[in-house]
Each structure stands twice: as structure tokens, then as C-alpha cells.
Design a protein. Structure first.
Length: 213
């Protein structure tokens, strides 16, 4: 059966800006909702993750809305990809995709020839047939997902040492400077950490430098 009702904040075609797949043309599909923060500013200080730079509340973004089932959502995603072009690539993000992502939508997109990437906080189980899995751990949360293609840690975070993740089963380990008022200082700290600990690579949010979504 095609499971009902997906709530999507926004969908758009762009270049992936971060991590090992940076620069790759991608459809981004951002799910509404997260299990580590309500998304409301008044709740930020008490949230498990209080540094999120993403708006994932509501379904009012470009391409956003409520989709009745997996077929309807997969058709909307496919419509954003350039006609007849190969290398279809989709990034599910959020919010937290694990709250809504299921086998039905994964299967529909595979039928349409998409490679499926997911960016998750790693605290919830996910469908098994994901092609590229990025886990971005947050302080004070426990990881259910301890293996994947890349672990991308926003740095520095209070109460988190990159070393605590080094034993996990990921192909790539990335540190990404926290984007706040201290961004420049954080970037220098991140560069220095990678130089001193070469298991880690630097991930920059290149889309912000390029001025694209």
C-alpha cells in the first residue's frame, strides 16, 4: 500500500553544498518536523538541538505541501528534475526525515530511477534501502544509527568531542563549522582540528558561499 500523507516544508532543485557529494545536482525534499526541536524560537533554548539554521515548520515553502501518498510525492519530486536527464539524485532532509520517511516513498523513487540520500540526526530508525546516508549527531542525543556513508558533525558543540564518534562504522568523517555569530572563529577551529586529527575532513556549506539555496 502507498502510505498516506507526507508533510513537506519545501522542495527544490539545486547543488548539494556539503560533505562528500558537494557540487552534485540534487533535488532537496525537506520534511516538516523534528524530534530534537519544535522549530519555534521560544523553545530553542530548551531544545536538545538549539543551533539549527533551518526552517522546518509548516508546509508553506517552495514546492511544499501535504502529499496524499508515496506516488503523489514521488511525482512531485520527479517533476523538479530536468527532463530526460540521468543521474537522478534526491536528498531527503528536514527537520528530521526519520519521522516520516518510509519504504513506500523509497520504493517509488527507486522505480523512477532516483538515487536516494538522507541527512538525519541518527536518533530514529530509517528504511534500509537508502543509497547514501549522512548522520549529523547532536549533543545530548543517543545515536540509533551507527553506520553509514558519512558522519558530519557540526563543530564545535558543547558536550561533544569528535573522538567519541571515531569508532563508528562510517566511510567519511566530516567536521562542519557551526554557522553562528562566531562562524569565522569556528571555521578556524575546525580547520585546526582536522589538521591535528586527519581522520576528519572539513565540510563547508558551499551553497552559502555561492548564494544558492
Amino acid at each position: 500500500t502507498l502510505k498516506g500523507m507526507y508533510q513537506i516544508k519545501e522542495m527544490y532543485y539545486t547543488l548539494q553544498g556539503e560533505g562528500a557529494r558537494a557540487g552534485r545536482p540534487s533535488v532537496f525534499c525537506r520534511f516538516t518536523g523534528c524530534n530534537l526541536w519544535s522549530g519555534r524560537e521560544k523553545d530553542r533554548s530548551e531544545a536538545v538541538c538549539n543551533f539549527c539554521d533551518t526552517d522546518f515548520v509548516g508546509v508553506d515553502g517552495p514546492g511544499g505541501g501535504k502529499f496524499a501518498d508515496a506516488l503523489e510525492l514521488s511525482n512531485a519530486i520527479e517533476s523538479l528534475w530536468p527532463s530526460n536527464e540521468p543521474n537522478k539524485y534526491l536528498v531527503f532532509t528536514g527537520g528530521e526525515p526519520g519521522l516520516q520517511l518510509d519504504d513506500a516513498i523509497v520504493d517509488q523513487l527507486h522505480l523512477k530511477g532516483f538515487e536516494i540520500a538522507v541527512e538525519t540526526n541518527g536518533t530514529l530508525d530509517l528504511p534500509l534501502k537508502i543509497d547514501w546516508l549522512t548522520v549529523s549527531p547532536k549533543a545530548d542525543s543517543s545515536l540509533k544509527i551507527q553506520a553509514g556513508n558519512e558522519l558530519k558533525l557540526v563543530y564545535p558543540q558543547v558536550n561533544v568531542s569528535p573522538q567519541s564518534y571515531e569508532g563508528l562504522d562510517f566511510e567519511n568523517f566530516y567536521l562542519q563549522p557551526m554557522d553562528n555569530a562566531d562562524k569565522d572563529k569556528n571555521t578556524q577551529k575546525t580547520i585546526q582540528y582536522c589538521l591535528e586529527n586527519p581522520k576528519w575532513k572539513l565540510s563547508l556549506q558551499t551553497h552559502k558561499y555561492m548564494g544558492i539555496a
